[in-house]
Each structure stands twice: as C-alpha cells, then as structure tokens.
Ligand binder design. Structure first.
Ligand SMILES: [Mg+2]
Length: 297
C-alpha cells in the first residue's frame, strides 16, 4: 500500500490562521472560568492544575525566548465575576488570563484563533466543534489525582480525537473482522485528521522549542491493539510529522489504570465509558460527542 499524497483541504483565511499560527503567535486556550474556580467559594476546579501547569511551561519558554509571544495564553469565560476572578488568579499566582463574557462566544473564540476550548456546556462544545474549534466538556473526578506542577501532561485518545472516525465507522457498521481487515489493508495509509490534531500540533511546536528540557509531555492512549491497528495509528502520526512522547495501544483494556500512571492534567476522549473510567482514577476527563463530526471527517 502506498502512502496517499496529502492534499491541502480548502479552508478560509481565518481557519488557516487558526490551524497554522504564524511564528511567534500564542497557543490560545479558552476555558469556562467555573472550571478553574468553582462558583460556590472560588476553590480550585478541575481545570486549576492544568492552568497552573501552563504557567510552568510559559516560565520555561520565557527563560529561553524572552521576546517571543509563542507561549500559552489563557482566556477565561465568565459573565459577572471578573473582580473576584482577578483576585483569585493573583492569590494562586496563576498565569495572567484575559476574561471575556460568554456573549457571542463562538465568534469571539474564532476571532481569538482559539486552539482549545474547555467548557461545562455540551451545547457550547457542540457549537465550537461545528466551527472546527477543538472543544470538550471537562468532567470533575470525585477525588482528583495529584498531578505535576512543573510539567504539563496531556493525553489523547486516537480515533475520532486525533484521527478521524473513519476506522471506527467500519467497526460500527461492519464489525470487528471488517475493522481488522481495513486496518491491515490500509496500515500505511494515514487516516484523516480528527478535531484535536491541530491542538497536538501546536503543543509539539512549543515542545520542539525547548528540546530535551521540555516540560510538555504528550501521550496517545488508544483502545487499538498491537499489530496493524496500532501501527496504523503510529504511521499516521509519523506521516503528519508529529512525534508524540508515548503511545499506549491498550487493545480494548480499561484506560483508567494506564492514565493513573501518566497522571495527565487533561485526557481527551470521545467515548463516555473511557471518560468514566478516567474519572474513577482521579483523572480529569474531557469528553465530546464525536458522532456529530462524522459528516465532515
Ligand atoms: Mg475514540
């Protein structure tokens, strides 16, 4: 099987800017403020440690590239707590955040060239994904696992997340044997891109700037097994020129125990069962419904 030539997909100027940021432009992460500080008493929410780790990476980037704007920028979305939020951000010495209201949010996310949007609202996540912004609903574990404050760990599922859901559709419509056959025949054919490929791409761009001392660690945690299904996932990443730090092909096992060893600040998956499993192990799971995206992938 020969590798397919990659054809640039048609996209407008704004899409292009978001997907391929100019050198020196920040990686924009928009988060519902309620996920960083709870509404009840402004105590740390599920996104708090993630935002803290972004600051640690920024500090490293600033040390090596004091003039560059190529670092993480966080936008918090909140309608009426900006004073309280600013106080809490200062108190916890978080990364400096811009605070915007939720009005006309999708347009604001697009104008800001947002690379990742995390929310508590399924409706808003659906809207963002429709507009080709990587987005997920962040879920809170009952008891959060301890995560690093000096490194940023991010874990991704493969199918329908980094990759399109083309193989999953074969499994869903024709069964397991047809899926294996498909992966065997197409083992060297890269899959199409999924909604989070662009976010991984900008993470790895920052990672490359810091070489060996980089505090960013990226992980693929997929239900694909070894053999052709696993190879196809790795071949796809290689074809895209994306070097993920570690890839785990779990062959259908529960993802929770592996995630517990990785301790990611965020884990992205389109399957509710994997998110529930992650939560059981104290991992912050970020979920979206990949089936909405079937039409455009
Ligand atoms: Mg999946």
């Amino acid at each position: 099987m020969s590798r397919k030539n990659k054809q640039p997909s048609p996209c407008n100027e704004q899409d292009l800017k978001r997907k391929c940021p100019e050198t020196g432009s920040p990686v924009i992460i928009a988060i519902s403020a309620k996920l960083v500080f709870t509404e009840q008493n402004m105590s740390p929410g599920p996104a708090f440690s993630f935002v803290k780790a972004l600051k640690a990476v920024n500090a490293e980037l600033r040390e090596h590239y004091p003039e560059s704007q190529e670092l993480f920028k966080v936008i918090l979305i909140d309608d009426n707590r900006s004073d309280e939020l600013n106080k809490s951000i200062k108190k916890h010495r978080l990364i400096t955040c811009d605070i915007i209201s939720g009005e006309d949010l999708i347009n604001k996310l697009k104008e800001n060239n947002t690379h990742l949007y995390l929310s508590g609202s399924e409706e808003m996540v659906k809207e963002a994904l429709k507009n080709e912004i990587a987005a997920a609903v962040m879920k809170t574990p009952e008891k959060m696992a301890e995560v690093s404050e000096s490194e940023l760990h991010i874990a991704f599922d493969g199918d329908a997340v980094l990759f399109s859901n083309e193989s999953e559709s074969v499994y869903a419509s024709e069964g397991l044997e047809a899926f294996y056959k498909n992966e065997r025949e197409k083992v060297n054919d890269p899959m199409k891109e999924g909604p989070f490929k662009g976010f991984l791409e900008v993470l790895l761009k920052l990672q490359r700037k810091l070489h060996d001392n980089c505090p960013i660690r990226t992980y693929l945690v997929t239900s694909r097994g070894g053999g052709c299904p696993g190879f196809r996932a790795l071949n796809t990443l290689r074809d895209w020129g994306l070097e993920i730090d570690e890839a785990f092909c779990l062959g259908g096992s529960n993802k929770g125990p592996k995630l517990e060893t990785i301790r990611p600040h965020v884990f992205f998956d389109d399957q509710d069962s994997h998110i529930k499993d992650a939560l059981k192990f104290g991992i912050v799971g970020c979920h979206f419904d990949g089936s909405n995206l079937a039409g455009r992938m």
